[in-house]
Design a protein around this ligand. Structure first.
Ligand code: PLP
Length: 384
């Protein structure tokens, strides 16, 4: 199906997916093959070798492009492999301006891997995008944002960043993992590359690790496709199929994630032992106006602190929940609870994270799609 003018809910189910031409199978087959037979050298059906092309991956790439309102998508073996491919667009001495509250693995690949190749990363507060201007130099090539941010749920003005990027001839990369295309489509606000850990909401069932990039510009797509094929961090066809299947229910899952998220955020806010509750949907969230402008809902990611910021008390809460499973990751149908300071963000030095508000008692919830009454009862008994 061409993505045409269909609404998102229809594209999630149909875009990129055609009945199998040989059998009529309605589901895209898993083309579990490493190579394709040629009639004569160069005489083939568009497929030569499976690192370069695979029909299951193609279907998923078309689906992802359509649901992010982009022209092209490229899939990778993980979100980090997608991140790696984007940074490989750069050269030694290039500089990148990065939002300072971001996925720990992204911080790690930048500071521990690509810093060694002479690329310089500035991690800065982008709650006011004007801050970016201070860090621009003749060597700046890219702005990298995550919004909402992980785990502090800050919101960054995508259109505001895009304006600065365009004026200075920079690429704007937006990690859209937290929002998913159901809540936000950054290409519509001027981003050049959208990045996903499809491991999270797109896959949605905690059964696959996968990454993707979506873009509009064909020259940029060619450069990234060259990196995808040359460096080879491609996903297997079965993983592509799982993500393709997950995407078909993104809208119904996200609606429930949003409803449950709102109910739980409000419950926590009234809890006497809870300190701050960070959730994008609160009207007094510092960037709520921008959230309303660029997002279609506020999601099921919530972080909160305990009133006295006691690490041991936070550890007790993490041990006591029964429905909220203690685990890294997010975006699956089941509710998860995590402790960023010792889990996902352990690679960030304590001083740096506390300076940015990632305190010791901060607990992050990925609210699933179970009955919200059961989830609240679980939190009530765990927090005490
Ligand atoms: C999980 C995550 C990643 C990394 O993705 P993997 O699939 O785990 O490699 C990148 N960005 C964000 C926001 C994430 O949550």
């Amino acid at each position: 199906m061409s993505s045409g003018n269909y609404k998102l809910e229809t594209k999630l189910i149909h875009a990129g997916v055609e009945p199998d031409p040989t059998t009529g199978a309605i589901m895209t087959p898993i083309y579990q093959t490493s190579t394709y037979v040629q009639a004569a050298p160069g005489d083939h059906k568009g497929y030569e070798y499976a690192r370069t092309q695979n029909p299951t991956r193609d279907a998923l790439q078309k689906s992802l492009a359509a649901i992010e309102n982009g022209n092209f998508a490229l899939c990778f073996g993980s979100g980090m492999a997608a991140t790696d491919a984007v940074i490989k667009l750069l050269h030694p001495e290039d500089e990148v301006i990065v939002s300072n509250d971001l996925y720990g693995g992204t911080y790690r690949i930048m500071t521990k891997v690509f810093a060694n190749y002479g690329i310089k990363f500035h991690f800065i507060d982008m709650s006011d995008v004007a801050n970016i201007n201070q860090y621009l130099t003749s060597k700046t090539k890219m702005i990298w944002i995550e919004t909402p941010t992980n785990p502090l749920l800050n919101v960054i003005d995508i259109a505001g960043c895009a304006e600065i990027a365009k004026a200075n001839n920079l690429l704007l990369v937006c990690d859209n993992t937290f929002a998913s295309p159901f809540l936000q489509t950054p290409l519509d606000h001027g981003a050049d590359i959208v990045l996903h850990s499809a491991t999270k909401y797109l896959g949605g069932h905690s059964d696959v690790v996968h990454g993707a990039l979506i873009m509009n510009d064909s020259e940029l797509e060619q450069r990234l496709r060259f990196i995808q094929n040359s460096c080879g961090a491609v996903p297997g066809p079965h993983d592509c199929w799982l993500v393709l299947r997950g995407i078909k229910t993104l809208h119904v899952r996200m609606e429930r994630h949003c409803q449950n998220g709102e109910t739980i955020a409000k419950y926590l806010r009234n809890h006497p032992k809870v300190g701050k509750v960070l959730w994008v949907g609160f009207e007094d969230h510092p960037n709520h106006a921008i959230a309303k402008k660029q997002m279609r809902g506020f999601g099921g990611m919530i972080s909160f602190t305990l009133k006295n910021d006691d690490l041991n008390e936070a550890m007790e809460v993490l041990k006591k929940t029964k429905l909220f499973s203690l685990a890294e990751s997010l975006g699956g149908v089941e509710s998860l609870i995590g402790h960023p300071a010792t889990m996902t963000h352990a690679s960030i030095p304590r001083e740096d994270r506390i300076k940015n508000g990632l305190v010791d008692s901060l607990i992050r919830l990925s609210v699933g799609i179970e009955a919200v009454e059961d989830l609240i009862e679980d939190l009530a008994q765990a927090i005490g």
